[in-house]
Design a protein around this ligand. Sequence first.
Ligand code: SF4
Length: 57
Amino acid sequence: MIIVDKNLCIGCGACEVICPKVFKINQEAKSEAISQKNCDCVKDAIEGCPAQAIFVS
Ligand code: SF4
């Protein structure tokens, strides 16, 4: 499961740019996983997240 920890997320938007099919910035200006499809770009988004807020379990 792809999870964004909203307490860690700073809403920078990087994950949405890197992997728009999976991550979307919501109305609270936090990223949310809108799909559980584990694309290759999820790994890139995890590496690119400055807050280390994305987890895959
Ligand atoms: S890259 Fe990380 S900090 Fe930035 S919006 Fe995505 S989850 Fe949040």
